[in-house]
Design a protein around this ligand. Structure first.
Ligand SMILES: [Zn+2]
Length: 363
């Protein structure tokens, strides 16, 4: 196991530590539009993680240490223009509380297919209303006034974990991100791999059970159909319709949520809810053989488990997945691959955005 990275704990405690998943934080946000920076020669970077339910923003110094952060709910209506406006407001909030510096570049991870030549996002199935290509890089560069690097969300988070977090000691790393769906990314020899069709690492659609549950992608038996938060919610609703008892939806309403968020699922688990426990058991059972098979093929040094649900459930979840992998690993037991929880917590993606920005920024 690697030594804890000092910057990881800085990241978790930087600025205002938002709890749980976002509500509307717009009540405290009076500023719209990015304020002009006072003249200073200290360079700062901006990292943004766009998720299906929340937007995380972090501002760092040149050494990539977090200076401030902000969080906002991802708009449920309005598509990409509403998302960009919400990003701009969250950026303004983060910059307003950061020590003054010269913002030099920004990076953003997006849950969708990114055209890296233009920074356009072709589609983003987990964000409501994002059904056609949108020039995200150009739009953000206009609004923020600095160069913006755009990449896929899990690749960006893996970059963050590799440069600043739990995966720092390793050269070959597979990331498995449990969130609304199940995403993945692969880093070999320290470089993010993309593949012929830009689909490298899509472990969420590896088959866990041939002919099994229907996945959002239209196929059957994908890992995501068992281990994605969205599919868990669909199954929970089906079970309640059949008369099963659960505290999941009571907790959801108490938290003023309209979806079964990672925080709601974690609280139900803590309270011993049988259905929540069954959903997580199914996710672990599906993840074990799929991740083990990927490790058998790729022989990576480490697997990093993250995403909203993966981060919320933390190391007990990673350890359970590691145990479920064992029967399927070619090299099991003491020789088996290292399985880690994301070290940057909720900030993996946003700090990955900072890394993107700093590594692509001129000068
Ligand atoms: Zn699928």
């Amino acid at each position: 196991m690697p030594a804890p990275d000092a910057r990881s704990s800085d990241a978790r405690t930087a600025g205002r530590p938002p709890d749980d998943v976002p509500g509307s934080s717009s009540g405290s946000r009076t500023m719209h539009g990015v304020p002009p920076r006072r003249s200073s020669t200290t360079p700062t970077y901006l990292g943004i993680d766009l998720g299906a339910t929340k937007i995380e923003v972090v501002v760092t110094g040149a050494d990539l240490t977090p200076l401030s952060r902000a969080r906002a709910a991802t708009p449920a209506r309005g598509g990409p223009p509403a998302v960009v406006t919400a990003i701009e407001a969250a950026v303004a909030e983060a910059l307003a509380t950061a020590p003054h510096g010269r913002l030099v570049a920004a990076g953003i991870g997006v849950p969708g297919h990114v055209d890296r030549a233009t920074g356009a996002v072709a589609r983003s199935p987990n964000i409501r209303g994002w059904t056609a290509s949108y020039p995200l890089q150009a739009e953000l560069e206009t609004r923020l006034g600095v160069p913006v690097a755009v990449d896929n969300d899990v690749r960006t988070a893996l970059l963050g974990e590799h440069r600043l977090g739990a995966a720092a000691p390793y050269h070959d790393v597979l990331a498995v991100w449990f969130g609304t769906g199940v995403g993945g990314a692969l880093l070999l020899d320290g470089m993010i791999r993309r593949g012929r069709l830009d689909a490298c690492g899509e472990i969420g659609h590896a088959c866990a059970t041939p002919g099994g549950r229907r996945c959002a992608c239209g196929r059957r038996g994908c890992l995501e159909a068992y281990a994605g938060r969205s599919s868990m919610e669909r199954r929970a609703r089906e079970r309640v319709d059949k008369g099963d008892k659960t505290t999941l939806f009571t907790l959801m309403r108490k938290a003023a949520r309209t979806r079964l968020t990672s925080g709601v699922i974690a609280r139900a688990l803590d309270q011993g809810d049988l259905l929540a426990n069954e959903l997580i058991n199914d996710a672990v059972r599906a993840a074990g053989p799929v991740i083990a098979s990927a490790v058998n093929i790729l022989d990576v040094d480490a697997v990093v488990i993250g995403g909203g649900l993966g981060t919320r459930l933390g190391q007990p979840f990673s350890r359970r997945i590691h145990r479920a992998m064992q029967p399927h690993l070619l090299h099991d037991g003491r020789a088996s691959v290292t399985v880690l929880s994301a070290g940057l917590g909720d900030l993996s993606g946003a700090l990955g955005g900072v890394v993107l920005a700093s590594e692509r920024a001129p000068g």
